[in-house]
Design a protein around this ligand. Structure first.
Ligand code: NAP
Length: 280
């Protein structure tokens, strides 16, 4: 039976630690403020934003909420970002993605002051991560490192295979695993013989957005499997990119969906907000 990596518990521990630290900082007169910008009425985005604000409230971060109409122009959004960049009382700026199609997401990400880029998506943050300099790290991959560390799963010298090369998960994940001295292979939709590669993994991290794609024949016995996917099965139930029921019987440790990687993303966002005090 595999060890089930409990993201709910680990994220709760991290949020508790952050709450403590924010309390101490407050006693020294320091306050953290996160500006959360939502454009339009996408139901999933509304849930994410609500959960982020709830987490802020729990840890003691002040959150400012900007809810803009779906037909907001790029100029209007950029002007708000500019205002928040210049506002000394704002430490972090989060623009919830995806944005409506009339707005160029890259332009908005680039417009955020890198010192306030708590999502870690700005090219400056990505560059700093690549060359091992301090800066914000994309929350989901940063959360996966915490899941592994806090579950005592060693990364040094291990074979890590990442399935998926997105800018928000796969690529920063590879950089972080290199920082932990793992030997890293990144695979994607053009990869040949994927199974042969994933079966070499001591740590297999899957972020492709394909329901239950990774089955038991993709994994090595005793491996650790991290499932980033947030998909829906044929009954509309939330599930991952990994076929949990078959894979769990073979591997040494695995994250469930829900309750694995998902809760870590918001915990690491709170951590990045705390980092904003150092980068100010
Ligand atoms: P994405 O931007 O759509 O990228 C998907 C990646 O998977 C691409 O690199 C693609 O390759 C690769 N891929 C697709 N089919 C493949 C296949 N058959 N074999 C190998 N690689 C394949 O996805 P994402 O934003 O990284 O998200 C991935 C999943 O994670 C989604 O389910 C998303 O909802 C979830 N997610 C969860 C969290 C969380 O907090 N838990 C955060 C972010 C994302 P190409 O580059 O060649 O197209």
């Amino acid at each position: 039976m595999a060890k089930i990596i409990d993201g709910k518990k680990i994220s709760a521990d991290i949020k508790e630690e952050i709450r403590e630290e924010i309390l101490q900082r407050k006693e020294k007169g320091e306050e953290v403020t996160l500006a959360v910008v939502l454009v339009g009425e996408d139901p999933a985005s509304q849930v994410y934003v609500r959960n982020k604000k709830k987490a802020c409230e729990f840890v003691g971060i002040r959150s400012l909420s900007y809810e803009l109409a779906a037909d907001t122009t790029q100029e209007e959004l950029l002007s708000l970002v500019d205002k928040l960049n210049r506002d000394e009382s704002v430490n972090g700026i989060l623009v919830q993605l995806p944005l409506p199609k009339q707005i160029d997401e890259d332009a908005v990400i680039r417009a955020i002051d890198p010192k306030k880029d708590v999502d870690g998506f700005h090219p400056m943050s990505v560059g700093a991560l690549s060359i091992g300099q301090p800066g914000y790290v994309s929350c989901t991959p940063a959360g996966i490192i915490q899941l592994l560390k806090r579950s005592d799963i060693p990364m040094d010298g291990k074979n890590c295979v990442i399935v998926g090369r997105s800018n928000i998960v796969g690529k920063p994940m590879a950089m972080l695993m290199l920082r932990e001295n793992a030997t890293v292979t990144v695979t994607h939709s053009h990869t040949k013989n994927l199974k042969d590669i994933t079966r070499q993994a001591d740590i297999l991290i899957v972020a492709i957005g394909k329901t239950k794609f990774i089955t038991a024949d993709y994994v090595k016995e005793g491996a650790t499997v991290i499932d980033v996917g947030m998909d829906r099965d044929e009954n509309g139930k939330l599930c991952g990119d990994v076929d949990f029921d078959s894979v769990e019987k073979v591997v040494g440790a695995i994250t469930p969906v829900p309750g694995g990687v998902g809760p870590m993303t918001i915990a690491m966002l709170m951590k990045n907000c705390l980092t904003s005090l150092e980068l100010k």
